[in-house]
Structure formats: C-alpha cells, structure tokens
Design a protein around this ligand. Structure first.
Ligand code: MF3
Ligand code: CO
Ligand code: CO
Length: 254
C-alpha cells in the first residue's frame, strides 16, 4: 500500500476540486423533480462542469463508463448509468459527482428525494448520512483506518440495516481511486495509521435489507440482490494535524 501524502499546494488544488464537485450537487437539486429523466440530469451536470466550471467530469469514459455522473435510483446501490428512465414521486436516488480540476479530483454524492419522500427511504437515507459523519469523525492523526469502518458498521447495524462489502471509499488526488481502500465495516484499531495530508473519501452504501449485491449485464449497475432499497452519501476529506477538513461541503453545510 502506498498512501499519498498531499503537499500544501496539492491540498489547495483539492480544495478547489472538492468545492466544484459540491457546487454541482447544489446546482442539480432544483432539477430533481417528477418527470425528469436521469439522462437530462446527466446532460445538465455535464454542461455545468465543462462550460461553467472549466472542469472535467471524471466518470465519462472512466474504464468505459458511458456518462458524466452516476444516478442510482431506489434499489440501485451505486454506479447507476443515466438513461431515459423517468423519475417519479416517491423515488429516491444518489447522484455521484466527480470532477477533475487542474489535475486533481473531488468526489461527492448525496441522496435526493423525488416529489414526496417515502418514509422508509427517508429513514434509510438519514441513517446512511449519520453513519458517513460518524466515519468522518474518526479521521484524525494517530487513529486507524479500521476505526472509520467500525463506526459506520456499528451505527448501521444498530439501526437494523446492512453495510455493502464489495465497494468502498478510497484515497483520491491526481487519480480518481488511490490507496488505501476505505472499508465501511471492520475492526477498530486495525489497518494503516492515519496521517496528516492524506485525502480519503468516506462513502458508505447501506441497504434496507440484506447486504448482498449483484452487477447487472450492463457491467456497471450495482443492485441489491433482494431488490430492497439502498442509500449512499459521500464526502472527500483531508486529514490534518488537528483533525479533518471536509473538502466537499455543500452550500448549506459551510
Ligand atoms: N464516484 C464513484 C466513487 O465514489 C466512482 C464512480 S466510477 C464510474 O468512487 F465509473 F462509475 F463513474
Ligand atoms: Co468515491
Ligand atoms: Co463518488
């Protein structure tokens, strides 16, 4: 494992990339309404990233991914491909944005409700959000990577939900996915020791039912095997001497 420590200059570039990724999510919120297609959301985000931000959407052509954003609706866990699918009231979806600016990546996702929120979906999203923050709060010098996964797993399971094992958070910087893998489950006090200058994503995928997932024949879309709901939230976070700095806070979180 080779965990990159970012220099001051790199940290500044990652602050910019993180801010831009969060700005895309702030921008798209108003467009998530019954009747809109996920392709339309992709098109709006693509134009905004390229034309307004002068940045690049990292997913486009990444290992053959065909679109600029991921849209994961209801029982889709992650890596949902935007399509002609029309969103309807009661759906919820994760929109995952990764931008590259000046050679550095910013990666963040949120859950959005279409029309009237479904009560069960709202509770799953809330528990997932809280679990992400409990994980982020473990990011401090001298703590261990396993502390992050442990905090997330304990909280999700206490709420009778399950943690997806096959996908994880990651180091991020010049590359979309760098070492280490940030597991959303595990044992406190295990794994690499956290150091100032590391930049990691925390992005738990939490299922309402069983933890098992499968990939659809398109080679990307990950769904729950039991077709029950799944939620995910993601931030990119810099570890500092005296704690952490979240680089992808939204307008209302700053
Ligand atoms: N943004 C996702 C992550 O959080 C990765 C998406 S890969 C893609 O790591 F190819 F599907 F875009
Ligand atoms: Co990520
Ligand atoms: Co992401």
């Amino acid at each position: 494992m080779n965990i990159n420590i970012k220099t001051k200059e790199e940290q500044d570039k990652m602050r910019v990339a993180g801010r831009l990724a969060a700005d895309v999510l702030d921008m798209i919120e108003d467009f998530v309404k019954p009747g809109v297609s996920t392709n339309k959301l992709d098109e709006i985000c693509h134009k905004f990233i390229v034309k307004e931000q002068g940045a690049t959407p990292a997913p486009l052509n990444y290992r053959g991914f065909p679109k600029s954003i991921c849209t994961s609706v209801n029982h889709v866990v992650c890596h949902g491909i935007p399509s002609e699918k029309i969103l309807k009231s009661g759906d919820f979806l994760n929109i995952d944005i990764t931008v590259v600016k000046d050679g550095y990546h910013g990666d963040t996702s949120r859950m959005f409700f279409v029309g009237k929120p479904n009560i069960k979906a709202k509770r799953l999203s809330d528990v997932t959000y809280e679990s992400m923050w409990l994980g982020i709060e473990q990011l401090a010098c001298g703590k261990y990577l396993g502390d992050v996964g442990n905090a997330i797993q304990c909280f999700a399971e206490k709420n009778r939900f399950s943690v997806v094992r096959e996908y994880c958070g990651h180091g991020i910087g010049k590359f979309f996915h760098e070492d280490p893998q940030v597991l959303h489950y595990g044992k406190a006090g295990t794994g690499p020791k956290l150091e100032s200058g590391m930049v990691l994503t925390v992005e738990p995928m939490i299922n309402a039912g069983k933890k098992d997932v499968k990939i659809l024949p398109d080679g990307w879309t990950v769904v729950t095997k039991d077709h029950d709901l799944s939620a995910q939230w993601e931030h990119t976070v810099l570890i500092k001497k005296d704690g952490y700095e979240v680089l992808t806070l939204g307008r209302d979180q700053r």
